[in-house]
Design a protein around this ligand. Structure first.
Ligand code: ATP
Ligand code: MG
Length: 772
């Protein structure tokens, strides 16, 4: 047997070794589903399957890169490079570019991000004279998105009385018109939005049997990770492509389906056996990721869901510490607790920042965490929220670049035609927009022919407009023979963008210039990377495609050691030694907007299951007593999910008056915790936390909390006299020399150069050093 196959257990090896036919692997978190996909691809290649014939669809491009990396180490990188691997969106954008002409699109079509789409919709709603409080553009956007993901085209919408009635009932009878106008505008701008990438792929495969056949023959082996979260549109693509050879392998976990709100359909898993003949079904049961406490706690919660496939998840890993539950006064204190705890764990267990994740239900919760981490000098990185590529100055540069590649791109044009200011005002833009809509041409084309149309725009402004299009055209000539970096550098300089930012001397202004520089560095890296690939040349078009499809997880620079902050939705498939799940309060998690039906609540519970199962060594759950919501301070109740975890896996903490946290030991003689404690002693707003002096009995149990080899340090353990230059001995790292001391009191640490262990920073409170 090949060596790598020994890195799988028997249950995992079976689906890897089944070369042909449809198969589904259903298994709980951390049981090796992603590993099975990875090793299966390596195995297929070792059996002579051409990597060009393997299509593998992942949840993020980062996951695809990691899989490719692992496969490269097994089969060699030159072969692995040829695998088709990535998210649905990135793979099918690539195919759509190759086939764009069939659908009437230019192959250099722009991909509109959410902001672009919403801005188009805002304009339409305004132009139609609709009430923007009824036709909320974000709601309209998600409604249109759901049409597209269910393959409801404009035509289908107008044939569907039920849908129209539903919109009329929700006071939006003109939804269909907006949809129609939106689709037309995107088409005219040579742009596809995210949902189009799937919708148009379906259209392509349905309308052109020869194209379908071509890709069926190309993708003889198809693999899909996180299958439980595919939406209808994705499902149909997979079905169509796999129809001929039926070599399809999907892996998923119904208990981790968390995208129903975006159209993911759990039935895709349930119906798999119906859709294909002779499906082999595999189950994995052993979890390799987490401690027993975490696995069993997660099981005890998900057990409360009624709609689920019965599954077993167990682990041979250690029990590990119990899950810590902590109640804090407010989000500020919650942040401080998390930051201190990260700091302590780093010191006590010699962990890196990257070993910690803070997970929350909504992006807004990140702020309190950020403040606390910054105060403690702990580097962090926020995923989601406003990503680098959505910052204003970056979008401005990118809009110029988009316009160079696709001058029809209306959103890009509107953004930069008068930025930096060129004396082209809103009235001029309104006239141009009207003309463009009237002639069904782009604004760019209207400007190019401006002398032929009587728009009542004065000569001076006409010249300004012409200067703008001429500048873009000169960049186009440049882009035809220079790489993305050279063009972008010229754009930053010649458009006056950077000068504009320099005028603003504030720290924010300087940060913006740095961001533009960072973007240019990124483009240079991209160009260097592309030049190593056989079928790429580092052109501007390639770069824009890469950026448009980048998800937040893809932007990670691997050499940066930072604590990860993200929503639970983004954390799917990832793992971290230490995980903090914050804001576990009713109405926040479970979300107040998702408690109306059982199925919504069950989705929230699955989300909690996903969060908890990201942790390898230890999980922390926090909730606060009062929190600002919608501008008001409200009393918060602990989340039902805390109460749903079996007690034996939890340790409750209460704050002490010195802002340290000690376990609340209120177990009765049978070891049961009094759950009412979760709610009790809620202080009135603004009053300090209740001082809770531990009894002798509590103190004894408190000490038991620490791992056996590191009982609560006593004063005698801390070498107070310690100073730089001294020689010391550590239980694990051996002999070393103290280089420096920093911090005070409980936070005091020493940097020590160990003879064998190298440089370490140790928290003296835990280090137990012997002075030699
Ligand atoms: P999720 O449901 O969260 O996506 P998963 O089922 O995809 O999880 P993996 O991410 O593939 O699980 O595996 C979880 C962890 O266990 C990974 O760190 C993986 O390397 C490790 N692992 C999986 N199988 C084995 C094995 N047979 N031996 C050792 N480690 C394993
Ligand atoms: Mg996985």
């Amino acid at each position: 047997m090949e060596n790598y196959l020994a890195e799988l257990n028997d249950a995992q090896r079976a689906p890897v070794l089944q070369k042909d036919g449809p198969m589904i692997v259903i298994a709980g978190a951390g049981s090796g589903k992603t590993r099975v996909l990875t090793y299966r691809i390596a195995y297929l290649m070792s059996k002579g399957v051409d990597p060009f014939n393997i299509l593998s669809l992942t949840f993020t491009n980062k996951a695809a890169r990691e899989m490719k990396h692992r496969i490269s180490s097994i089969v060699g990188s030159s072969e692995a490079k040829n695998l088709w691997m990535g998210t649905f969106h990135s793979i099918f954008a690539k195919i759509l570019r190759m086939e764009a002409d069939k659908l009437g699109y230019p192959s250099n079509f722009t991909i509109y991000d959410t902001q672009d789409s919403q801005s188009v919709l805002r304009a339409i709603i305004k132009e139609m004279g609709l009430d923007k409080d009824v036709y909320k553009y974000k709601q309209v956007y998600s409604r249109i998105s759901s049409f597209k993901n269910s393959l409801i085209t404009v035509k289908a919408y107008f044939q569907n009385g039920e849908l129209q009635e539903a919109d009329a009932m929700s006071k939006k009878p003109r939804m269909g018109e907006i949809y129609k106008e939106y689709v037309e505008r995107c088409f005219k701008a040579g742009a596809m939005d995210f949902d189009d990438l799937l919708l148009k792929t379906n259209e392509l495969l349905n309308r052109f049997p020869d194209v379908l056949q071509k890709y069926q023959n190309r993708f003889r082996y198809i693999l899909v990770d996180e299958y439980q979260d595919t939406n209808h549109s994705q499902y149909l693509i997979v079905r169509a492509l796999s129809d001929k050879f039926q070599n399809i392998c999907v892996v998923g976990d119904d208990a981790q389906s968390i995208y129903a709100f975006r159209g993911a359909n759990i039935n895709n898993i349930l119906n798999f056996q119906r859709d294909y003949d002779n499906v082999e079904m595999y189950r994995l049961e052993q979890n390799y990721r987490s401690t027993k406490n975490i696995v069993q706690a997660a099981n005890s919660v998900i057990d409360k869901n009624k709609t689920k496939l019965e599954k077993v998840v167990w682990t041979a890993n250690d029990d590990g510490p119990k899950i810590v539950v902590n109640r804090l006064i407010n989000d500020g204190e919650e942040g401080r607790f998390v930051a201190s705890s990260i700091f302590e764990n780093k010191m006590e267990h010699q962990m890196k920042n990257g070993d910690f994740a803070i997970l929350y239900r909504t992006n807004a919760q990140s702020r309190a965490m950020e403040d606390a981490l910054r105060k403690k000098d702990i580097p962090y990185r926020i995923y989601g929220g406003l990503s680098f590529y959505q910052r204003k100055e970056i979008k401005d540069v990118l809009s110029y670049l988009r316009l160079i590649v696709n001058p029809k791109d209306e959103e890009a044009l509107k953004r930069v035609i008068n930025f930096p200011a060129r004396g082209i005002g809103a009235t001029t833009m309104d006239k141009l927009t009207l003309a463009a809509n009237h002639y069904k041409r782009s604004i760019f084309e209207v400007i190019e022919n401006i002398e032929k149309i009587d728009l009542k725009i004065n000569k001076g402004t006409q010249t300004k407009l012409k200067n703008f299009t001429n500048m873009i055209k000169s960049f186009q000539i440049m882009a035809s023979n220079k790489n993305a970096f050279e063009v972008a550098e010229a754009v930053a300089k010649k458009t006056g963008l950077v000068q504009e930012l320099k005028k603003d001397g504030t720290p924010e202004g300087i940060a913006r210039i740095e961001n533009v520089e960072e973007l240019l560095n990124g483009i240079q890296d991209f160009v260097d990377g592309q030049q190593e690939l056989a079928d790429a040349d580092g052109s501007l078009g390639e770069f824009l495609e890469d950026v448009a499809l980048m998800t937040d997880l893809d932007q990670e620079t691997p050499d940066e050691d930072r604590v990860a902050l993200m929503t639970i939705h983004l954390a799917k498939g990832l793992e971290f030694p230490y995980v903090y799940i914050v804001g576990l309060e009713e109405d926040l998690f479970p979300s107040g907007m998702s408690m109306n039906t059982r199925s919504e609540l069950e989705e929230e519970r699955r989300l909690f299951y996903v969060a908890l199962t990201r942790a390898e060594k230890q999980a922390y759950l926090t909730y606060v007593q009062s929190r600002f919501r919608w501008g008001k301070l409200i009393d918060a109740e602990p989340s039902r999910f805390i109460e749903e975890i079996d007690d034996e896996y939890l340790d409750y903490m209460v704050p002490q008056d010195d802002y340290k946290y000690k376990p609340l030991i209120d177990r009765d003689i049978f070891g049961e915790v009094d759950k009412s404690k979760l709610r009790q002693n809620k202080p009135k707003k603004g009053t300090p936390p209740p001082a809770h002096k531990p009894t002798e009995d509590e103190l004894r149990k408190l000490r038991r909390l620490r791992p056996a080899d590191a009982s609560t340090p006593t004063k005698a353990d801390i070498p107070v006299q310690l100073e730089a230059g001294q020689l010391v001995e550590h239980m694990r790292f051996g002999k070393g020399k103290v280089l420096s001391i920093e911090g005070v009191g409980q936070d005091k640490k020493a940097e020590i150069d160990f003879e064998t262990g190298g440089m370490k920073k140790l928290l003296l409170r835990f280090a137990k050093l012997k002075i030699l």
